[in-house]
Unconditional design. Structure first.
Length: 327
């Protein structure tokens, strides 16, 4: 809609009142916010509210689509200034190389500070030990909590969404973590309308989830609308994979076939980009954002349910990890 000149004055002539008013009347439907507009506005409000209430926020940034969207929203929230807090990534050493390259390029392009906590450092000095199943995703909690404490961060932004998992579905947008970084689902504060309570005592911190109310489809439609760039893994490409536990696993240094598992080349994409050792690809020919949106529109399986082996450890795998301090 064109903006009228600053010095434009309303026409108060008789002709205006006799008929022109009706033809020039404002159409209310033209000013209704779309669903994406509402979600964006809510997320930006949450980000600004957290920065206003707390002192040392940090944003968890892995290079995955949800953290990229949250970073995009943060950039909008403080434009034309820079994002006023650093980024934090817990690097398991099992990340996809394409995602790490994208992470580093994004941080450099935006001129932001990235704090990295490495699981490998904890394994090297004996604070953590490799798991029997070879996955490192569950080992992220201790490095995460140590990084939060070392940075004296009292607020941690994350890209978790309620549609991903039932444990995330019942967590508040502002989620209090105790002195040990733990989450107690029975001790959550009420969140009325758009009022968020970031009060906490020394040693505690708050996890903030600005896109908690978004769905996977909302995220992709927003990526399409805003022209947000993502790692290439999210789009269809040819890759060497093998079948395990009903998922296509990528062949790599930390992910190799066992026994009778055979390697084949398939056209796949990733709906979520966790560790190579626990994240599966899906058969797909969706090579563009528009194609991904069409694909998700008809999908009947959640992204984590379809692709994350770490969520299959038990029925309450996510909630158990969150209680210990996980994302």
């Amino acid at each position: 809609m064109r903006t009228p000149p600053v010095n434009a004055q309303p026409d108060l002539t008789e002709a205006h009142h006799s008929g022109a008013l009706a033809s020039a009347s404002i159409n209310p439907s033209a000013h209704r916010l779309s669903q994406l507009d509402v979600l964006e506005s809510e997320a930006i409000h949450i980000i600004r509210e957290v920065v206003a209430e707390l002192e040392r926020p940090v944003l968890l940034f892995s290079g995955g689509k949800d953290s990229v969207v949250v970073l995009h929203l943060a950039a909008k929230a403080f434009w034309p200034g820079k994002v006023p807090f650093p980024l934090l990534h817990v690097d398991t050493g099992h990340n996809f190389p394409e995602v790490i390259a994208f992470r580093d390029e994004t941080v450099e392009r935006l001129g932001l500070r990235l704090e990295v906590a490495r699981v490998q450092d904890y394994i090297d000095d004996g604070r953590l030990h490799e798991r029997a199943d070879g996955t490192r995703n569950p080992l992220q909690t201790l490095p995460l909590l140590d990084a939060i404490a070392a940075g004296r961060h009292d607020a941690v932004f994350g890209g978790a969404r309620r549609d991903e998992d039932k444990a995330r579905a019942k967590e508040r947008i502002l989620s209090l973590r105790d002195e040990f970084g733990q989450w107690d689902p029975r001790n959550q504060r009420p969140e009325l309308w758009n009022l968020y309570n970031g009060r906490h005592t020394v040693g505690q911190h708050v996890r903030a989830f600005p896109i908690s109310n978004w769905t996977e489809l909302n995220v992709w439609r927003y990526i399409e609308r805003e022209g947000i760039v993502l790692p290439p893994l999210y789009y269809a490409h040819e890759r060497e994979v093998y079948r395990r536990d009903g998922m296509w696993r990528s062949v790599g240094p930390v992910s190799a076939p066992r026994g009778t598992e055979t390697v084949e080349k398939r056209t796949v994409r990733y709906r979520t980009v966790g560790d190579m050792s626990c994240t599966g690809a899906v058969d797909s020919d969706a090579a563009s954002v528009a194609a991904v949106v069409r694909e998700i529109t008809v999908s009947t399986i959640t992204e984590r349910g379809a692709t994350r082996a770490d969520d299959r450890i038990s029925e309450a795998a996510m909630e158990d990890r969150k209680k210990d301090g996980y994302f």
